[in-house]
Design a protein around this ligand. Structure first.
Ligand code: MG
Length: 178
């Protein structure tokens, strides 16, 4: 275990958090699988998850953390297909998500809905959710007591360094509010 305690749920944005593109503007359908870790769109553009994503999702699963996807994309069908074609541990990545929330509007709405769906409203109110996201405007999730973890660099996306540092900072803030 790399951190002393994990949150009960981790929410991931998709575009520029898990993969380096906007699926509603950069991807031309149809998609095809190149390998379990790589896909190609109809223009020949190839795409993978950022390199630390697989090990981070594996770690969360091993520690019984619920995994939620929350995307404001205008193309949920494309995102769903990408999550189905890209694999983690030889399994389509989409199978690791306990809840997927889509659509425009604030992530406050996405995360509240996922919490209701998973029976985790109380855990959310107690600060047991962390959102990893590249867009600072989504910091407003702090209003529902979800920790906002900023993914700063679109070349690197979600890295192990960001993951560990943000979980540490979440642990500290939770302790100081007790
Ligand atoms: Mg994003």
């Amino acid at each position: 275990m790399v951190v002393e305690r994990y949150p009960k749920a981790v929410v991931f944005d998709l575009d520029y958090t898990l993969w380096p593109c906007w699926c509603d503007t950069h991807i031309s359908m149809p998609l095809r699988s190149v390998s379990k870790q790589e896909i190609e769109d109809s223009t020949g553009m190839r795409l993978q998850f950022y390199k630390d994503v697989e090990s981070i999702i594996r770690e969360l699963v091993e520690n019984n953390v619920k995994i939620i996807g929350a995307s404001r994309t205008a193309a949920p069908r494309i995102a769903q297909e990408m999550l189905s074609l890209l694999h983690i541990l030889d399994t389509p990545a989409i199978k690791f998500f306990d809840s997927l929330q889509w659509g425009t509007g604030s992530k406050v709405k996405h995360i509240s809905k996922a919490a209701r769906q998973l029976g985790m409203v109380e855990e959310l109110s107690k600060g047991e959710f962390v959102l990893f996201d590249d867009e600072l405007r989504n910091r407003d999730v702090a209003s529902i007591n979800c920790h906002f973890a900023h993914v700063r660099d679109e070349d690197e996306g979600l890295t192990r360094g960001i993951f560990v540092n943000e979980l540490k900072s979440w642990n500290r803030s939770l302790r100081s509010s007790e």
